[in-house]
Design a protein around this ligand. Structure first.
Ligand code: PLP
Length: 410
């Protein structure tokens, strides 16, 4: 059967799609920069036939690039065998994926019991973790300034940005925020009333801010000293993006709660909340649920992603390509570039001036997709399959876009 959407979109220009978009889509995301119709690997085409190299992966999601044959085969095989059954029943795909994820989360303490609740997104994975913390008998959460954990009411409550939070107050309460990376401030904020400490190993939405492994270790020590849970949000950083299954793995810690999403399904919506040790027993029959949680098609996508990352050595590749990118940007020796932050293929190019949106617009015009999470930070997160040549070509394109944006800003 021909692809109905592609057939219907053939020959319809972007401007027409954008007009129709404005009529029927809620204006939550602003005006889309492009209308994309097709992708293959790192390449994406818009409705006017222009070609782009994807250095954003749909916000750190499509680690294997577009239309990866292994993911396609796994999804197709599962959907044509068994598509959905509800959580009154189990499926092999769901159990197998849970076994892989628990293995990743307990890699620093093999043998630790761990259990999974599957979700459809990152925010839902955090909702699950949040609900689990409420069942400890304590209610306070210590979260980080600059954090981002999603847009549902619970995830918003632990997200620090007032712009996202304030219009929706009152949010679930008893959340306090401390400066990210400040172990002393964290220690001062935690006592026996705290249910959990919540951290991201790297704050992606805040501009790829990396506090380092010692902060993760300090958070573990402080949580344990007060009987609080350590909850690590690996939604953006996990599953290979930073060069390991968990970005926090290099700290040596094992968290009580870990949340995943983005990179897990290569674009097929799936997330997971993994709980270890006693935390794995907090949620009991009836305390949480979701119709699609652990849908076998989504689980098959997750298994395929993990299988390809292993088969093709993409953890090591993410590290190597990330270092090549950072070295290439540093070698530009441009006065407008302050530094390159991050790990693996989650990188933030920090600019001297607040011109990141203009740089991103220039890159897009030149056929490169990136974004600006902060006015002075360009986020670069290509698929883990990115080639050396693409990294080098991006660095050259970045230099040109930066020059143009700097000149434009005067
Ligand atoms: N947590 C982190 C660290 C994120 O970066 C995001 C999304 O950017 C989320 C949670 C929310 O994930 P989702 O958009 O899938 O709900």
């Amino acid at each position: 059967m021909t692809d109905l959407v592609t057939a219907a979109s053939a020959g319809v220009p972007q401007a027409a799609w954008l007009d129709r978009y404005t009529q029927v889509m809620m204006n939550t995301f602003g005006t889309p920069a492009r209308v994309f119709v097709r992708g293959e690997g790192t390449q994406i085409w818009d409705a006017d036939g222009h070609q782009y190299t994807d250095f954003l992966s749909g916000l750190a999601v499509t680690s294997l690039g577009q239309a990866h044959p292994a993911v396609l085969a796994a999804i197709t095989a599962q959907l044509s065998t068994l598509g959905h059954v509800s959580n009154f029943f189990a499926t092999p795909a769901q159990v197998s994926l849970a076994e892989r994820l628990t293995g990743f989360v307990t890699a620093n303490a093999p043998g630790t019991p761990a259990k999974v609740f599957f979700t459809n997104s990152g925010t839902e994975a955090n909702e699950c973790a949040f609900k689990a913390t409420r069942l400890t008998g304590r209610t306070r959460i210590v979260a980080m300034e600059g954090s981002f954990h999603g847009r549902t009411m619970g995830a918003l409550a632990v997200t620090s940005n007032p712009k996202y939070r304030e219009p929706f107050a009152p949010l679930p309460g008893e959340v306090v925020f401390v400066p990210y990376g400040d172990a002393d401030a964290l220690a001062a904020a935690v006592d026996e009333t705290v249910a959990a400490i919540l951290i991201e190993p790297i704050q992606g939405e805040n501009g790829i801010v990396d506090p380092g492994d010692e902060f993760v270790r300090a958070a573990r020590r402080i949580a344990s000293a007060h009987g609080a849970l350590l909850w690590i949000d690996e939604v953006q950083t996990g599953l290979g993006r930073c060069g390991d299954w968990l970005c926090s793995a290099s700290s040596g810690v094992t968290a009580d709660l870990v949340t995943f999403a983005k990179g897990l399904g290569n674009g097929f919506p799936i997330g997971a909340c993994v709980a270890t040790g006693p935390a794995a027993g907090l949620l009991q029959p009836g305390s949480h649920g979701s119709t699609y949680a652990g849908n076998p098609v989504a689980a098959a996508a997750g298994l395929a992603v993990i299988g390809v990352i292993e088969r093709d050595g993409l953890l090591a590749r993410a590290t190597a390509m990330g270092e090549r990118l950072a070295a290439g940007i540093a070698a530009l020796d441009a006065p407008g570039i302050v530094t390159v932050r991050g790990r693996g293929l989650l990188r933030g190019i920090v600019l001297r001036d607040e011109i990141a949106p203009a740089v991103v617009a220039g890159l897009l015009q030149a056929g490169w997709i990136a974004n600006a999470p902060r006015p002075s930070v360009v986020r670069v997160a290509p698929p883990l399959i990115v080639s050396e040549a693409e990294i080098d070509a991006f660095v050259a394109a970045f230099a040109k876009a930066l020059d143009a944006a700097t000149a434009e800003a005067g």
